[in-house]
Design a protein around this ligand. Structure first.
Ligand SMILES: Cc1cc2nc3c(=O)[nH]c(=O)nc-3n(C[C@H](O)[C@H](O)[C@H](O)COP(=O)(O)OP(=O)(O)OC[C@H]3O[C@@H](n4cnc5c(N)ncnc54)[C@H](O)[C@@H]3O)c2cc1C
Length: 471
């Protein structure tokens, strides 16, 4: 596909829409928009625009569509799949100025936000009012625009679900500039095909999201965190399964291996509560009545000890809990601070977690790679940091795809999938046919449907082209 270029006359037209301050063409400034948090090589956009209204986004898309210029929407830029990298240059629409909470509706327990609001700011504002927006991706400087378009998960998935479960309505600018409104401020909707759900997780390939209506829940008054070291992953995973089997559904149920704890300690420059065990389970419990939380905590604590926990360390102050979750959240950043990291995001049925983890460690040994495994155990979602360390580029480029393919084949053979929450973007695109359907015919039909949907939304293929699949 040959795309149009951002000529001086295009820059002039954009300047007439935005004013000169919000149209960036300076090469040094463009560099900040050339990459995301993946290993995909940076690529400079030709121009960046910073809208303050849906109208400006619509005019930008009209112009881009007319001139066949590729466009990438960018919110926090923390994507780990290359989804936010403008691989064809063109226009980046950066939502850094559309970062407002438009309305907090406490009667309907809904909040309406713009795409550029940081998830940490939304959480803080809601918590002040005794409200909770449950999706909680580890990267706190990701934004709602990216969260919705990747269908982000995070640490409260096991009890509450993922981003999709909390999006009630969206305002979307289509590639030709039309503005559509999908869904309403209602908790139910059974009115025609659910195009809102098609946009959620579409990785910025179908439309540009400019406003979202999100569902809230009451903020639980009491939380406690358990930090539980185990002598083996087998014991840790057995315990996780047992917690679920006993019908206890904590909001967060995470696992972390020792190497992940140690890298977090080096990154934060402070110790975690314990660091000498091979496996850890982190559990957050919550409720509104102290006795109820205490009795769940005792039941879970006993269960951990019965299943081989070395100890059950309890954090009940806000500060001590925050320190534990900060340690868990920083593992990806911590590993990246020490060198090149490729990150996997496979997901398996919860009862296959141990087989999958054992398989991953064995595979890493066979291929000759060092890995750190951690993730959302309650969701069966395993993050694997593959560490380059001192390996040559040649060796790395040979080993990583081999490991990834085998790891994906393993997760699929266990009834799982290749991404639980990060998406496909560029780095997993070649594995999508393998992952869809139960056989190659099933997969081919699904890819064909996706390609047709993309062509209907975006006939000129200008919106985040060549991500997720090829046309
Ligand atoms: C340390 C670390 C921890 C992480 N932990 C988690 C985790 O626990 N759970 C999880 O799910 N993810 C996690 N991620 C991945 C990442 O934070 C999420 O994918 C997040 O949702 C991306 O949001 P963003 O605002 O940074 O999006 P961006 O990087 O800006 O964009 C992501 C994708 O969405 C598209 N997009 C962005 N804004 C719009 C818009 N307004 N309209 C249309 N398309 C748009 C982009 O084109 C791109 O394809 C983590 C990443 C890091 C680096």
């Amino acid at each position: 596909m040959v795309y149009g270029k951002v000529t001086q006359s295009v820059v002039d037209e954009l300047t007439s829409i935005f004013g000169p301050e919000d149209v960036i063409t300076d090469k040094e400034l463009l560099e900040s928009y050339s990459f995301d948090e993946s290993t995909v090589a940076p690529h400079l956009p030709e121009v960046v625009v910073k809208p303050e209204s849906t109208q400006e986004v619509s005019l930008t898309m009209k112009l881009a569509n007319e001139k066949r210029i590729p466009v990438v929407a960018r919110s926090g830029g923390t994507c780990v799949t290359g989804g936010a990298v403008p691989i064809h240059g063109g226009i980046v629409i950066s939502f850094e100025k559309m970062n407002r909470i438009v309305e907090i509706d406490e009667e309907n327990l809904m909040v309406i936000v713009e795409p550029g609001i940081f998830i940490m700011d939304l959480h803080a504002e809601m918590e002040k009012r005794g409200l909770l927006y449950p999706p909680d991706p580890g990267q706190k400087s990701s934004c709602l625009g990216g969260n919705v378009n990747t269908n982000a998960g995070g640490m409260r998935g096991v009890k509450y679900g993922v981003t999709r479960d909390f999006v009630e309505a969206l305002e979307v600018v289509l590639p030709a500039g039309d503005v559509i409104h999908l869904g309403r401020k209602t908790v139910k909707n059974s009115t025609g095909y659910d195009l809102k759900d098609l946009i959620i997780g579409s990785e910025g390939t179908l439309g540009v999201t400019t406003r979202m209506t999100l569902r809230l829940v009451p903020l639980p008054k009491i939380t406690t965190t358990l930090y539980v070291p185990f002598n083996s992953f087998a014991d840790a995973v057995k315990t996780i399964a047992e917690i679920i089997r006993r019908k206890i559904v904590p909001p967060a149920l995470e696992f972390v291996d020792q190497s992940s704890i140690l890298v977090a300690e080096r990154f934060l420059g402070r110790p975690m509560p314990h660091n000498s065990a091979p496996a850890y389970v982190l559990i957050r419990l919550e409720g509104n009545i102290q006795e109820e939380v205490d009795s769940t905590f005792e039941a879970v604590g006993e269960l951990c000890l019965e299943n081989g926990a070395i100890d059950v360390l309890v954090a009940d102050t806000a500060e001590s809990q925050q320190k534990i979750w900060e340690g868990r959240s920083c593992i990806i950043d911590a590993a990246k601070a020490e060198g090149v990291v490729e990150l996997l995001d496979a997901v398996v049925p919860r009862n296959k977690l141990l087989v999958f983890l054992e398989g991953l460690y064995k595979l890493a040994g066979d291929v000759g790679l060092n890995v750190q495994n951690f993730g959302h155990a309650g969701d069966g979602n395993v993050h694997t940091n593959i560490l380059k360390e001192n390996m040559s580029d040649e060796e790395w480029n040979e080993k990583v795809p081999r490991f990834c393919e085998e790891a994906y084949r393993l997760s699929l053979s266990l009834g799982g999938n290749i991404s639980g929450e990060h998406g496909i973007g560029l780095i997993r695109k070649s594995f999508l046919p393998l992952a869809l359907g139960v056989n190659s015919q099933d997969s081919a039909v699904q890819i064909d449907l996706m390609q047709k949907i993309k062509r209907i939304f975006d006939p000129n293929n200008i919106l985040n082209p060549d991500k997720v699949f090829d046309l």
